[in-house]
Design a binder for this molecule. Sequence first.
Ligand SMILES: [Zn+2]
Length: 251
Amino acid sequence: MSVETIMPICDAMVIGAHPDDAELCCGGTIAKLTKEGKNVVLVDLTRGEMGTRGNPELRAQEAKLAAEILGVKERVNLSMRDGYINDSPEALIELITVIRKYRPKMIITHPHFERHPDHEASHKLVRNALFKSGLAKIHTEENGVAQNTFRTRKIYCFMQSYQFDRKPDFYVDISDVHDIKLDAVKAFSSQVFVPGYEGVEEKPTRLSSPEFMEELIARSRYFGGVIGTSYAEAFLSVEPLGLNSLSRLID
Ligand SMILES: [Zn+2]
């Protein structure tokens, strides 16, 4: 079977360094995609074991619940070492194998310029893996069977701690799914502020403060204002954006 005849089985793959990155940064966009019947796969590179609060087991439970809330059926964790993400040959082969398995029509991940070193390293790893996934001489296997090459030009970056170093390339209106996004974020109750939650008595972090949730909402509200809706999420496109027809921009 040639590569061209294999249709992607995944519409969008969201790759985050830590469980909760996807929800915090583009949970609304994910909810909107699944609401529209699109198949989204979440890939967490680490189990978040370096996090000040919670533990990997608890975060895995939270991640499962958050995925259910967002309507995501498949969530993969690559168990890379938290705090030490890099694009080593081993890490690349691991991620290429996942990309070739799911063949996503688009990939959403961290931007290249970020506060947490793992986030920047994830951007580099994803870009590197996506390119190499298209190289026939890089051999990967799934259950002992050689995988076909795969590459997509649709790779987008969500906004996280830092503002982008240029204007966003596009915004997604998440007004109708904003509540779902917040529910998915609150599923990570060991990490963010959830009123009445008494599960872990650990050091407070910026993420666990009530102000952080307000900031999260305020940012979506601001971007919504930019495009004339209630709430929105902002994105960068790694490759120039092209349309096959201007009618794509007509709602
Ligand atoms: Zn993170």
